[in-house]
Design a protein around this ligand. Structure first.
Ligand SMILES: Nc1nc2c(ncn2[C@@H]2O[C@H](COP(=O)(O)OP(=O)(O)OP(=O)(O)O)[C@@H](O)[C@H]2O)c(=O)[nH]1
Ligand SMILES: [Mg+2]
Length: 249
């Protein structure tokens, strides 16, 4: 039997991390939802699914920096040479949120047109979508609408959390940054996405961003489970995700 090692000390989240910009945030609360905190304290979240995991897809134009962003967070490395992702890559990152083990399945998709067809077959069932653009390339920001539309064809827009992330912050001058940020915030607001600006090269905001993704998907995941379990009655027979009949008590 294989036993997972404990979650890394720098992946433990006990407070809701702050948003990047209050003008384009999924929420501006200071703390986790009260119901979520209580459930985690009582470890009630385990009643529905003990092993919590959320699927996150990362999309955006070619060479905007999707792979570098993931690699900076998961492996703390940066490669200045461009190696196109072919189809999709996958990383699993384990956290502990409010004392509960939680994993993010990060799907790094290809931005190149010729691989889009393969990559899009992995879009389904995402709890969060990270749409990436390059802060030094306005066209890549304009294309984010199309990436969103494609990702949403395979997902339920009412339950997916959206993040709009500008990369390569180290390369943009303050004047260039201010200009593109205005447009990005406007767009994030229209998409109902949370806006972030990061640099995989320097690491600026990378950890903060992924902690925010982990925290908000965890919170949404627990709230959905509480809602489901609350609407069930004792003795009720339900189907679980594997389509097995189970007795609810
Ligand atoms: N200066 C700087 N360069 C970056 C940053 N992030 C990525 N790059 C560079 O941009 C290029 C493309 O990065 P990738 O992460 O491979 O881009 P991608 O979005 O995964 O590209 P596809 O897999 O083709 O879709 C590489 O040469 C990286 O070194 C950053 O934050 N700063
Ligand atoms: Mg890539």
């Amino acid at each position: 039997m294989s036993v997972l090692p404990p979650v890394r000390k720098d992946r433990i989240i006990s407070q809701l991390p702050k948003c990047f910009n209050k003008g384009a945030a999924l929420n501006t609360e200071d703390e986790f939802h009260g119901k979520v905190k209580t459930a985690c304290l009582q470890q009630r979240t385990g009643t529905v699914g003990r092993f919590k995991i959320s699927k996150v897809i990362v999309v955006g134009d070619l060479a905007v920096g999707k792979t570098c962003l993931i690699n900076r967070f998961c492996k703390d490395v940066f490669d200045k040479n461009y190696k196109a992702t072919i189809g999709v890559d996958f990383e699993m990152e384990r956290f502990e949120v409010l004392g509960v083990p939680f994993s993010l399945q990060l799907w790094d998709t290809a931005g190149q047109e010729r691989f889009k067809c393969i990559a899009s077959t992995y879009y389904r069932g995402a709890q969060a979508v990270i749409i990436v653009f390059d802060l030094t390339d306005v066209a890549s920001l304009e294309h984010t609408r199309q990436w969103l539309e494609d990702a949403m064809k395979e997902n339920d827009p009412t339950s997916v959390l959206l993040f709009l992330v500008g990369t390569k912050k180290d390369l943009s001058s303050p004047a260039q940054y201010t200009l593109i940020e205005q447009d990005a915030i406007k767009l994030a607001d229209q998409m109902k996405a949370e806006y972030w600006a990061v640099s995989a090269l320097s690491g600026e905001n990378v950890r903060e961003f992924f902690f925010r993704v982990a925290s908000l998907t965890f919170e949404a995941n627990v709230l959905a489970e509480l809602e489901k379990s609350g609407s069930r009655r004792i003795g009720e027979v339900v189907r679980n995700s594997l389509n097995h009949l189970i007795l609810w008590f």
